[in-house]
Design a protein around this ligand. Sequence first.
Ligand SMILES: NCC(=O)CCC(=O)O
Length: 332
Amino acid sequence: MKPTVAAFPAARPRRLRATPALRNLVRENTLTTDDLIWPVFVRDGDGIEEPIPSMPGVTRRSIDKIKEAAQEAQALGIPAICLFPYTDPALKTEDCAEAWSPDNLVNRAIRAIKSVAPDIAVMTDVALDPYNINGHDGYVVDGEIVNDETVEALVKMTLAQADAGADIIGPSDMMDGRIGAMRRALETAGHRNVNILSYAAKYASAYYGPFRDAVGASGALKGDKKTYQMDPGNTDEALRMIERDLSEGADMVMIKPGIAYLDICQRVKSTFGAPTFAYQVSGEYAMIEAAAQNGWIDGERIMLESLMAFKRAGCDGILSYYAPAAARLLNS
Ligand SMILES: NCC(=O)CCC(=O)O
């Protein structure tokens, strides 16, 4: 659609920018707390909030502190919280059995959140990397990340999370066929209302560096994730991945990382019209924080501007470490 614009001076586009009231009236996109999913890091212990040096302002919390965070999120009106575990290295194994233990950190955290903040939707991450001795999202056999055996493990992990009360399952592993396998297993187990938010277009990105520090996977990872995560040069492939995951039973889809992949967000939303999310990942957060702490940028304004960019690109929501800070500003 080509907009009709009169010639100057009949058209003076600045008229619509003249006052806050007029700007508010004609704003095309809005950012609200309803758009936010807050990723949080869980660790063992009690009363612990441990700073993550490469993500200033973000901490690893013990479950009692996660409960407080969930209550804070509920009070701020943030609809969902997403859990990532910092697993004790002694629990990381080749078979990754801790991933589907009913009493692993994440499953205990889900139950704890549900006990104090029942209005919050709890999202989980499904991938083997927090439990894998070699840091990969899948099983490694003779140097290869094997697909089908990994999917079997991911299904067990999914069911354990759903049993614990997860509302949204977030498969971030990028194996083939996992969405269909998870959906069938959830249906069979009677978890008919558990949503799947598929990390459908997840790129092999350097922007995840600080996250791997946060979950203690940096040292463990041998090699890279390029045989399962996507090549940053590709666009059409992202559309194929989204279409496939939706056809296998994903309720919502995600593009990750965020700000460097807004073209993908825009194409995905305009092509499929499905609930579309972006993940403003750890490296994006770290870059904004580093510049803000140096006084080189206005951190609060950049935070809100970067989140608004996702809305403009068509996203329905954003996973962001800024969720509580943004919610406080948006609510003020
Ligand atoms: N599966 C979750 C992630 O890989 C998060 C990445 C990040 O925040 O950098």
